[in-house]
Write a protein that binds this ligand. Structure first.
Ligand code: URA
Length: 431
């Protein structure tokens, strides 16, 4: 079938064969199928969905679109991926924790996607740091430091790199088969034996209900398990941003505070919980694993791994020692509580969109971003506020984006006379 026929097949609700998916996705990866045709097909997939078999086939086609690493020579390889959230700097903290715990992390991460941030964009806030490593250096660094982290590239799962950038700007991100295949193709191609998935659920996630999150988690666990990997997924809350800061440099600062044992409790607890998943998958007792994981944030061992990792990938480690030097936008604006009472909602989607409006993410493919802008939650839901007290702070460089960001945040911020019930951070486990 010609490409327009394949688009029509999905538009009309048909199911693709493995060969058809190869023709579309590999054709696109090689530059033979243009963006406009793939965009139309992505929207058809978004509207019509895919069968589990199509999702599994698409994942394998994407994983095989470039090299597939064999990490067999490295001990206890583990990978972690989040389905995407706001203020979700978990990978920056968790991966050096895992390295400090003696596991080997060789991971492929993404850039920002829609209103969610991406690990690669965050790390690029550190001057000099690069997500591009040739395979031999990636493997050597994973062996020597226990942590190497690359971006989507020409070599590993290039189909995901190209599809991801197109989905980001065509409103085709929040779609189970596209998320599952994007994440699992990267995980399969980069080779780790153990995979820990953080499936975000809530207003700021791509899956807004626990049922949808569970379905996505199960699909990814099934794909990974069938490919012979150990996969564990945790469903976690994403109605409110994680931690207190959203925006690239700001999130690196908060991750570094957490690596010094002085991070916000939700972020710290989530990183510990995910580290426990990885350790338990390697046969460790859960109680002991938790104590060991927490210890890495207090004895400096995870911070030391992060420092070594940054330096190995070209970053200037003096920023790790002195994170205040990272470029943060100089403008400040605050959103105040109208009445006294409690913060009842700080909507993660509004915060994510506000960061985008300020310039911290992309509205067009390949656009440069402003690493220094962002939003700080001075108060989180459940905290008391006085009338006129600041709840949110924007870090900005002025311009129209600031007004848009303020309007988004105003709509996403609620206070009330009573504190809301505390929301659990971990909503369930799969695998
Ligand atoms: N993270 C990814 O890598 N891909 C997605 O589609 C969503 C989150």
């Amino acid at each position: 079938l010609a490409v327009p026929d394949l688009i029509a097949k999905k538009r009309d609700g048909g199911a693709h064969t493995h060969a058809e998916l190869e023709a579309l996705v590999l054709g696109f990866t090689r530059g033979e199928v243009p963006d406009y045709q793939l965009s139309a097909w992505l929207m058809a997939v978004f509207l019509r969905g895919m069968t589990p078999q199509e999702t599994a086939d698409l994942t394998l086609v994407m994983a095989a679109s470039g090299e597939q690493l064999d990490l067999g020579a490295l001990p206890d390889t583990v990978d972690k991926h989040s389905t995407g959230g706001v203020g979700d700097k978990t990978s920056l903290v968790l991966t050096p924790m895992l390295a400090a715990l003696g596991l080997t992390v060789a991971k492929m991460s993404g850039r920002g996607l829609a209103h969610t941030g991406g690990t690669i964009d965050k790390l690029e806030s550190i001057p000099g740091w690069t997500p591009e490593l040739p395979e031999d250096r990636f493997l050597a660094q994973a062996r020597d430091i226990g942590l190497a982290l690359v971006g989507q590239s020409k070599d590993l799962a290039p189909a995901d790199g190209k599809l991801y950038a197109l989905r980001d700007v065509t409103a085709t991100v929040p779609c189970l088969p596209l998320i599952a295949s994007s994440i699992m193709s990267k995980k399969l191609a980069s080779g780790a034996r153990t995979i820990v998935l953080d499936v975000k659920v809530g207003a700021g996630a791509f899956m807004t209900t626990p049922e949808a999150g569970r379905e996505l988690a199960q699909a990814m666990v099934d794909i990974g398990t069938r490919a012979g990997r150990r996969v564990r997924a945790v469903l976690t809350e994403m109605d409110t941003p994680l931690g207190h800061l959203a925006g690239n440099s700001l999130e690196v600062q908060e991750a570094l505070a957490t690596l010094r044992g002085a991070g916000p409790s939700d972020l710290t607890d989530l990183c510990v919980a995910l580290a426990v998943e990885a350790l338990v998958a390697h046969g460790e007792d859960a109680g002991q694993a938790e104590a060991r994981a927490r210890q890495t944030l207090h004895d400096g061992s995870a911070l030391a791994k992060f420092r070594a990792f940054v330096a190995a990938q070209g970053g200037d480690p003096s920023y790790v020692d002195d994170p205040e030097r990272l470029d943060v936008a100089p403008g400040r604006a605050e959103m105040l509580a109208a009445q006294s009472g409690f913060v009842t909602r700080v909507d993660a989607l509004s915060v994510g969109r506000a960061v985008l409006a300020l310039g911290g993410g992309r509205e067009r493919k390949g656009e440069a971003i402003d690493h220094g802008v962002g939003v700080e939650l001075l108060k989180k839901p459940g905290e008391a506020v006085g009338a006129g007290e600041a709840v949110l702070r924007l870090y900005h460089r002025g311009g129209r984006g600031l007004e848009r960001a303020q309007a988004l945040l105003r709509a996403g911020l609620e206070t009330g006379p009573q504190a809301p019930a505390a929301a659990p951070l971990i909503l369930g486990h799969i695998g």
